[in-house]
Structure formats: C-alpha cells, structure tokens
Design a protein around this ligand. Structure first.
Ligand code: URA
Length: 270
C-alpha cells in the first residue's frame, strides 16, 4: 500500500511539474500532446493513469475505514461456504452466509435457509423474506441493506437430502446441525458488533437465549444475549418476535409484531 501511494505521489508530482513547465515557460509546445505522453507512459507501466490510481487507492482506503470488518467477514464467508461440519453441507446447493450491512446496529436471525434461499444463497428471499422486507420498510424505515440478516444454520435442512429441487422439503435444523453451525453466527456477531439482535421465531429464540419457552412468552421483551462476546457488562440485547412465516399463516400475529418493531425502533433511536 505504501509503495503504491509512493508511486501515485511520484506520478502526480511529475504530472504537476509538467503542467508548471507548460504554463510558466509559455512554450509553444502542445500541452495536449505532453499530457497524452504522460498518461500514455503511465498506462504503459501498469495500465492505470495517475487519476485511476488515486481513485482506486481512495476506494481501498474508504473500504478499510468504513468497513473494517470487510476482509474478516469475507474470510469467514469463504470458510462457511467450504464447511462440511454437519451433513447439511453435503446436500445444500448454496451455503447462506448472511446479507446486509456488516456494521449494522441490528442483526435479524432466522432459523435456517429454505428452498428459495438455498437456490439463491441469500437469507429470507422467499415469501417470508418479502414480508420481512415490508416490515423493515414500513415500521423501521430501513432496507435490508441497512441491517444484517442471518440464520442459526447456514445450510438448507431438508427432509429428503437427495432432493434439493423438491418443494415442501424443508424441516427445522436438528440439535447436531445447530451446534455445528452456531459458532459461525457468534463470529459474525463479533465482527458486526450490533447493538441488538432480533430473533425471528421460536427456534432462533430458544437457541440464542438457551430457553425452552415458546415465542409467545418470550416476545415483546428485551433479553440479554447470554454469550459474552464483548466483555462482562456489555451484553447484546435480544428482542424475540414472531417469524414472518407465522404471520403469513396467522395474520392476527401482525399487531404484536408491529408492537415489537416499535420497541426495536425506539431502542435503535435512543
Ligand atoms: N426462514 C428462515 O428462518 N430463514 C430464511 O432464510 C428463510 C426462511
């Protein structure tokens, strides 16, 4: 990086010097030709003009500052995509790592990818996902790019692992699959450092909070994430709410979900 900057600075200095010479000496030589020569030289050395080099260095610096977790998250994603720690790794079409802002204040956690997610490699892209997007937009004024969305397990749990192309083949993840995959979510949380987590549905809530109570008892209240990721006294807050798929089955749950999202908005606005 230092070397790269040095070479950009040298190119710039040469470029400015050339301009100075052209303007101060009032020589009759054609400046256009000189500029063309310089830019041609730069292209010959590494196919990038000084302006392109500066632009690229700026991009790189911005990425490092704005997304300090970018590289670590990319490395983790690579690891997850190569994972065979449980049998789901052998049947899934795509590992579904997570999507969104890696510096988000809130992480939404579902149970595991379904058919659509397995095909696209992205969480919550089916009907449940469309409803989640709508909730984010209407109640919180957020897009999926503003939050982070992930699952307890990263691969599609199937009733028949031989048939990833069949519909109606989804099942909940089993305890072995959950414990194999769970560390990945904690590593994602460490990198994102969110203010809070929203667990979507019973499975995510039970797994993350280590409780046995169902979602209707847990929702609508803030809980502390029991895993101490950021030192004692700094627990991530967890707000359980209904899974969007439950809302599609029973629209009476929408009012309570709305209330939960209002609680979330108040917390994020604090
Ligand atoms: N349901 C989930 O729990 N996760 C998804 O990604 C999609 C549907």
């Amino acid at each position: 990086m230092k070397k790269e900057l040095k070479s950009i600075t040298a190119d710039l200095a040469a470029y400015v010097k050339q301009l100075d010479e052209d303007t101060t000496s009032h020589r009759s030589q054609d400046t256009g030709h000189r500029l063309q020569d310089i830019s041609h030289m730069a292209q010959e050395t590494d196919k990038k003009t000084p302006a392109e080099k500066i632009r690229d260095a700026g991009r790189e610096a911005r990425d490092t500052v704005v997304r300090p977790t970018g590289d670590a998250m990319a490395a983790l994603a690579k690891e997850i995509r190569a994972c065979r720690k449980c049998r789901l790794g052998n049947s899934r079409l795509n590992a579904v790592v997570g999507v969104g802002n890696t510096s988000a204040k809130v992480v939404f956690v579902g149970e595991g990818p379904g058919f659509q997610e397995d095909h696209k490699g992205e969480p919550f892209v089916g009907r449940s996902g469309q409803l989640l997007d709508k909730i984010l937009d209407t109640v919180l004024g957020l897009k999926r790019e503003d939050v982070y969305i992930a699952n307890i397990v990263k691969c599609h749990p199937m009733k028949d692992p031989e048939s990833p192309e069949s519909h109606g083949n989804d099942r909940p993840p089993d305890p072995e699959e959950i414990s194999a995959c769970r560390p990945y979510l904690d590593r994602q949380l460490v990198l994102i450092k969110p203010k809070c987590i929203v667990t979507l549905g019973s499975v995510a809530t039970k797994v993350l909070l280590g409780v046995t109570q169902g979602i209707s008892l847990m929702r609508g209240k803030w809980h502390d994430y029991p895993v101490d990721l950021f030192g004692p006294g700094h627990p991530i807050k967890v707000l359980p709410t209904y899974h969007p798929a439950a809302l599609l089955r029973n629209s009476n749950l929408k009012r309570e979900t709305w209330e939960d999202m209002k609680m979330l908005k108040a917390f994020l606005d604090e």
